[in-house]
Design a protein around this ligand. Structure first.
Ligand SMILES: *Cc1c(COP(=O)(O)O)cnc(C)c1O
Length: 365
């Protein structure tokens, strides 16, 4: 069935971004973070494309995502970032999923399971170096060091931590976390180490260790705030004008009558809204779409299924019922749209929803 909104995902650009990040991180290995449906781009398409580019290690957030990924990539290494859910060890093993163990209970449960099982999957240890969400606290790492029996049955394939402020290279917390990670890794059994997300890769070699874990940069999003984004765009969003009307001065547009036309205006309605990741706040802060290179501002509130744009002054030959306009693409990045909505590209990508016609292309250059 036809839809008036199209999401185009360039798998060639995704693969090229993987190759680019892998080159920046070498000799460290480069994994791919594909949680949240590969940041909204579609796990079924993105994961095989990344594997095709040479990626062997994948991170997801939940066991459900991991099982979906296992069907796609039977021999990939798959880590579950949320850790070990209570009582789930057997299920992880059934799908050869590696839990990222982040507290003493998880380690206790996994260790017991491993001791009772022939060949359990390997596992990662997550050390907290300043995020205070998941991960072993310093005291717990020291306890593991003092009591090696606790970890003895566990085959540790990775020791990792996560950076809180890597998007700001000037933040001193980066160096603090790096120092803490080095100190705590030295207390644990020798295993490959991993600290860097996308932004961490750009902090330099000291942050790369043995494995880097980019997410957003693979999908073309901005990793380092305020710096030029070197990645290739992966996602573009277009919508087809559903209707155009002339609106008199003084008349209002949309919910809350939040916008009033000051002059005679031509208003076009597009069949996308906040249910499609065009977040409601974008309407308040001067976001625009592009019609054959002409900017057209959002006017009125973003509704669930529709947005309204001002096309006054754009030639009718370009702005007419059925014309395709760009919401995200050459003229407007995902991060531009995010800034207008007071958020980050990550939130736009993971909010795209499933109403678009999704078109997968494999790139042009
Ligand atoms: C999401 C996530 C990543 C990827 O982060 P990006 O900023 O998207 O590169 C890496 N590591 C962990 C632990 C994560 O949760």
């Amino acid at each position: 069935m036809q839809t008036g909104a199209r999401l185009t995902i360039d798998l060639g650009a995704l693969a090229a971004n993987y190759t680019d990040l892998a080159r920046r991180a070498a000799p460290a290995q480069c994994a791919a973070v594909v949680k949240a449906n590969a940041y909204g781009t579609g796990l079924e398409q993105a994961a095989p494309a990344l594997a095709g580019a040479g990626c062997k290690t994948f991170f997801v957030a939940t066991p459900g995502e991991a099982v979906r990924l296992r069907r796609l990539l039977p021999s990939a290494m798959i880590y579950v970032l949320d850790g070990l859910l209570p009582g789930a060890a057997k299920d992880y093993a059934a799908h050869d999923l590696r839990p990222v163990l982040g507290n003493r209970q998880e380690i206790g449960e996994w260790s017991k399971f491993c001791a009772a099982t022939g060949s359990p999957p390997k596992a990662a240890l997550h050390i907290d170096t300043g995020m205070n969400r998941l991960g072993l606290e310093e005291g717990q790492v020291r306890e593991l060091a003092a009591r090696p029996g606790l970890l003895a049955p566990v085959r540790v394939s990775l020791v990792m931590s996560h950076l809180a402020c890597a998007d700001d290279p000037g933040d001193h917390k980066n160096a603090d976390q790096l120092a803490a990670f080095n100190t705590l890794c030295a207390l644990l059994p020798t295993a490959p180490a991993s600290l860097a997300n996308s932004a961490g890769i750009f902090l330099g070699n000291a942050y790369h260790f043995d494995l880097v874990r980019p997410g957003i940069a693979l999908y073309g999003g901005e990793a380092v705030s305020g710096a030029p984004n070197p990645m290739r765009p992966v996602v573009s969003i277009e919508a087809q004008i559903a209707q155009i009307r002339d609106v008199k001065p003084g008349e209002s547009i949309g919910y809350g009558a939040a916008y009033r036309c000051k002059a005679p205006s031509r208003i076009a309605t597009l069949p996308v809204g906040y249910a499609d990741g065009i977040l409601r706040r974008a309407g308040e802060a001067g976001a625009h779409v592009c019609i054959s290179g002409h900017p057209a501002p959002f006017v009125g509130r973003v509704s669930m299924d529709l947005i309204t744009i001002d096309v006054t002054g754009i030639p009718e030959a370009l702005a007419h019922r059925g014309a395709w306009v760009e919401l995200v693409g050459k003229h407007n990045s995902v991060d531009d749209l995010a800034r207008h909505a007071g958020t980050i590209g990550y939130e736009i990508l993971t909010s795209l929803g499933n109403r678009y016609a999704r078109v997968y292309v494999s790139g042009t250059s």
